[in-house]
Design a protein around this ligand. Sequence first.
Ligand code: C2E
Ligand code: MG
Ligand code: MG
Length: 400
Amino acid sequence: MGKKLRVMVIDDDPLMGKLLKHQLLALGSGEVTLAAGGRAALHLLTTGPAPDAILLDLNMPEMDGLEFLRHLVGRDLRIGIGLISGEDERMLQAAGQLAQAHGLPVLGRLRKPVHPADLAALLEDWQPPAPEQRNGARVAFPAEALRGALERAELVNHYQPQVALADGRVTGVEALVRWQHPEAGLVYPDRFLAVAETAGLIGALTSQVLAAAFAQARQWREAGLELGMAVNVSMDNLATPAFVDCVEGLAAAAGVAPAGIVLEVTESRLMTDLRAPLETLTRLRLKRFRLSIDDFGTGNSSLVQLRDLPFDELKIDRGFVHRADREARLGAIFDANVALARQLGMQTVAEGVEDAADWTFARRRGCDLAQGYFIARPMPAAQLPAWVANWQARLPEQLA
Ligand code: C2E
Ligand code: MG
Ligand code: MG
């Protein structure tokens, strides 16, 4: 395989999953995720980035391969599908036809046991669509559609936990906006944030996100879950003089203290005049809101801002976190960020902690908090309490 495909393997047999993963990595796949069944796979697909290809076992107990394919239809994901089956040739044929009828690209079929040469041949010719062509960023929505979504309150927040690396304590969550679109399904922010900014809708969007996040924080607190709440704000918000009053008013209305709220800032596009954002951020900080610089080190967030703005927290971009233990260059940048933050008296968050190696690395290097798929994917609010309980049970293992 010339290209580094990201592949998802869906198989109820963990041994089979591991074996395929092994074979795929040996063939040069970039990243392999395992799902133990259709439901788990659908969850991964709704919460995370889409893979380039899926290897799907058809015979699974809880949701069989055919049913899984039906769920994929209409999502317009353009993921290459490789079908795997133990014996049943008819099942393989039916699945192939179903997939094709619905426009899902079928890469081919494999029989168990899977031979590496067959696997290689199956993936050989697959040219995944460029990222901007697939669901994610494929088409931005027109401003009018987004305006309607704001009016009909179709935006929902998902929440991704942040945990302390030292003791695993769940310190808070980051609110991440999604659009529950009546036809397109769950739409990620890369398809509507830029539109919101250019169409002058980002003020309305951010107020909705803030209001929902604060209300949620309050609700969790009443249920005995004391969680910090981080919300992303756009530079355009900060350039609006009324923004400070807006945030303060919403927090007061929901009954949450500014000290439990973190406002995350990235420079999504170049701001030539930082005077207004600087004033807004300074005023927010005076009111005890906490400020975080997001995606640090990507060029969107840079040293200039650290010098000029009163940040409490630095989020190390996931580009320097995932695989930082394996790639010396990343590790060096990671360390430099932690040292810089410490010197400036800021807390550090490692974003994109995707596996146990990332987790261990961030712990050893003295980073304060971690966020990423290894800990949890962003999830609907209702799932969070159960996740917390589960994480606490998992904890001794992570702290070993
Ligand atoms: P961000 O603030 O840096 O948020 C982290 C993004 O990384 C999220 O993507 C999250 O789902 C993803 N992520 C989390 N853990 C991992 C991991 O382990 N590996 C990988 N590969 N990715 C991980 P999402 O939700 O698609 O959001 C993308 C960006 O959109 C956010 O980046 C943020 O800049 C912006 N955004 C999201 N919600 C809002 C919002 O309410 N308002 C504004 N202004 N921007 C938002
Ligand atoms: Mg963020
Ligand atoms: Mg970030």
